[in-house]
Design a protein around this ligand. Structure first.
Ligand code: 8X3
Length: 260
């Protein structure tokens, strides 16, 4: 349920940012940092209780939204108002680590649906308002998985490659219009949910992803990059930022300290 709308808000002079997947991790951290940078943040995610608490904390608004549902995406665009300055397409995630040989087609469909179709639907719905702002920014949260393949990652890497290609396509198609298109592609980020979701709640498998890694990125580290990209002067289009922890030289080359 939408509690207040940007238009009704006395703070309507602030630029408006819409962040999807704002209920936790990179999305929630980005919403907080963007609010601190002066944005009125529309926090969108499926879990209403979480985004309502976040919206209260940062004086934003909460719009429960499943990005794969066209009706809910339409409602999100209506709640955001006629002018939106920034869209952070963050909703997404990985399911499973099965080799292609044994892959679950339903997991692949779901990953494509959330990461790619969700980003497409929200972008399409908000594009008129982004353009109407006169200085819009679309910032897609990609992944190092969108730039490389790794064993067991086929479904997720395919989806994140999809996000990367959609980002590049959109930048070409919007040339000459006042909307820049950017991607932030994080490597290993330790959030409360990413690995847990991937491994269907298996805490041991989730913890093993980060075992022995000295300081994986945090959601705040990535949000810091998001806020930096968003707050460059509008003629500066930061096409792509790949950000990894110091302990990760490439997808497979991660420095781990053996536990004693
Ligand atoms: C990168 C996540 O698991 O593909 O954002 O390395 S993973």
């Amino acid at each position: 349920m939408v509690e207040k709308s940007v238009e009704q808000s006395p703070a309507s002079t602030r630029p408006v940012a819409v962040v999807t997947g704002a209920s936790s991790g990179i999305g929630a951290a980005s919403a907080r940092q963007l609010a601190a940078a002066g944005y009125r943040v529309v926090c969108a995610a499926r879990r209403a209780d979480r985004i309502e608490a976040l919206a209260d904390e940062i004086d934003g608004i909460a719009v429960p939204c499943d990005v794969t549902d066209p009706d809910q995406v339409r409602a999100l665009a209506e709640a955001a108002g006629p002018a939106v300055h920034l869209l952070v397409n963050n909703a997404g995630g990985a399911l499973g680590l099965d080799p292609v040989e044994h892959a679950d087609a339903d997991d692949w469909r779901r990953m494509y649906e959330i990461n790619v179709i969700g980003t497409l639907q929200v972008t399409r719905a908000l594009l008129p308002a982004l353009e109407a702002s006169g200085a819009g920014t679309i910032l897609n949260i990609g992944s190092t998985a969108g730039r490389i393949a790794y064993e067991g990652g086929g479904g997720y890497t395919a989806a994140k490659h999809g996000v990367a290609v959609m980002t590049e396509t959109l930048r070409l198609e919007l040339l000459g219009r006042p909307v820049r298109v950017c991607e932030v592609a994080p490597g290993m980020v330790r959030t409360e949910e990413f690995a847990l979701t991937r491994f269907d709640g298996d805490t041991e498998r989730a913890a093993a992803v980060y075992a022995g890694v000295d300081e994986p990125l945090t959601a705040d580290d990535v949000a810091d990059v998001v806020a930096w990209v968003a707050t460059r002067p509008h003629h500066v289009n930061v096409d792509l930022v790949v950000v990894k922890p110091l302990a990760q030289a490439s997808q497979h080359k991660v420095h781990r300290t053996p536990s004693s």
